[in-house]
Design a protein around this ligand. Structure first.
Ligand code: 2P0
Length: 326
C-alpha cells in the first residue's frame, strides 16, 4: 500500500503530428504501423491530479464529469505492476480546450496521467519509459511526454520496447507558430482508434501508406535539422492529405472534414500564394491547424478567424515536455 495520498498534479500539452500516425501494427500493445513527427503545443493542455484511495476501483473525472475508461484502468494497472502495489487511484483531469474534437485530448490526457501516476507511486522513470506507458493509453500520447519537435518510433520488436517518442529539437531552437482554427466544439462521430482499425482492414491504400512513411519521416527530420520551413510545411501538408485520402478510401468513407475545414484549407493556400509562409494540417476531426514561420501567426489567425464557419482562431507557440506541477 502506498501510504502517502497527497495529490500529485501533472500537466501535459497536446501535440499535433506533422508526419501522421494512422494505423497499428499491434492492437493489444497499441504499436503504431508507422512512425510520426509532431510538435507539442504551448496553449492546449491537460492537468491531472491523482491520489491513491481505498476504493475497490479506480475513479476518474474529466472536466467534472465521471468517465469510465478501460484504457485508464489499463495504464494504471501497468503503473501498479511497476510500483508493486494494488492500490486504486482517484484521477481528476481538466482540459483547457474541447475534448474529443480532433485537438489531441487523448494525447495530453494520457501523458498527464502517466506522469502524475508514476510520480504518485514514487517511481522514477525515464522519459522513454513514460512514453512507452503513455503509448498504451493512446498512441499520440507517447509524443506528449516530450516538448518541442518530437519523433515517435514505430519500433520493430513484438514487445513494443522500441516504440517510444524522443525529442528531435528544442521548442526554443525554432519558434514556429501554430494557429488552431476551431470549426466546431462537438465530439467527433468516429474516434481515432475505430477509424484507424477500419482503415487498416478496409482501405486498398493502406499498404502504400505504410510503405511511404519512412521516406516522409527521413525528409521531415532533415527539414527540421536544416530549419527549412517550406520543406517541413510541404511535407506536413502532404502527410495530412495522404492520411485523409486513406480515411476517404475506407469502405464507408471516413470524412472528418466540414465545409469550414475545406474553406480554411483554401484560405491557407491563398495566403501562401500571397507569399505568407503557412501550411495546414488536420487530424481526425474538422479543426485546421496552420503551421506558420516565426512572426506570421498573428496575421494568419486574423485571416483564418474571418473564414465562414471558423468559430475561433487561436495562436500559440510550441510547448514543453509533460511535467509535475504540484
Ligand atoms: C496523429 N492522430 O499522428 C494522428 C493523426 C489523429 C490523426 O494519433 O488509437 O487517439 O489511441 O493510439 O492517439 C489520434 O490517435 O489513437 C492520432 P490511439 P490516438 O496525431
Amino acid at each position: 500500500m502506498i501510504a502517502d495520498s497527497t495529490p500529485i498534479c501533472a500537466r501535459a500539452h497536446a501535440n499535433i503530428a506533422l508526419i501522421k500516425y494512422w494505423g497499428k501494427r499491434d492492437a493489444a500493445l497499441n504499436l503504431p504501423a508507422v512512425g510520426s513527427i509532431s510538435i507539442t503545443l504551448a496553449d492546449l493542455y491537460t492537468e491531472t491530479a491523482l491520489t491513491w484511495h481505498n476504493a475497490a476501483t479506480d475513479t476518474a473525472t474529466l472536466d467534472g464529469q465521471p468517465v469510465e475508461s478501460k484504457r485508464i484502468s489499463h495504464v494504471m494497472d501497468l503503473i501498479r505492476a511497476l510500483a508493486d502495489t494494488d492500490q486504486r487511484a482517484a484521477v481528476t483531469s481538466t482540459n483547457n480546450f474541447p475534448t474529443g474534437a480532433g485537438l489531441a485530448s487523448s494525447a495530453s490526457g494520457f501523458a498527464a496521467l502517466v506522469v502524475s501516476a508514476s510520480a504518485a507511486a514514487g517511481l522514477e522513470l525515464s522519459t522513454r519509459e513514460l512514453s512507452i506507458l503513455a503509448r498504451q493509453g493512446s498512441g499520440s500520447a507517447a509524443r506528449s511526454i516530450e516538448g518541442g519537435f518530437v519523433e515517435m518510433h514505430r519500433g520493430h520488436r513484438a514487445d513494443g520496447t522500441d516504440a517510444y517518442a524522443a525529442p528531435l529539437a528544442d521548442k526554443d531552437s525554432w519558434p514556429l507558430e501554430v494557429v488552431v482554427a476551431i470549426t466546431t466544439r462537438a465530439q467527433k462521430a468516429v474516434d481515432s482508434t475505430t477509424g484507424m482499425t477500419d482503415t487498416a482492414t478496409r482501405s486498398d491504400f493502406f499498404d502504400a501508406w505504410v510503405a511511404g512513411a519512412d521516406g516522409d519521416l527521413d525528409a521531415a527530420r532533415e527539414a527540421i535539422a536544416n530549419r527549412d520551413f517550406d520543406a517541413l510545411g510541404a511535407l506536413s501538408e502532404r502527410s495530412c492529405l495522404k492520411m485523409h485520402g486513406l480515411m476517404l478510401s475506407t469502405g464507408d468513407g471516413l470524412i472528418y472534414w466540414s465545409s469550414a475545414t475545406v474553406a480554411a484549407i483554401h484560405e491557407v493556400r491563398k495566403l501562401r500564394a500571397e507569399g505568407v509562409p503557412v501550411y495546414f494540417t488536420i487530424d481526425a476531426g474538422p479543426q485546421v491547424k496552420a503551421l506558420c514561420a516565426p512572426g506570421y501567426g498573428a496575421m494568419v489567425a486574423e485571416r483564418l478567424g474571418a473564414v465562414v464557419g471558423v468559430e475561433a482562431a487561436q495562436l500559440m507557440g510550441l510547448g514543453p515536455a509533460a511535467h509535475v506541477i504540484a
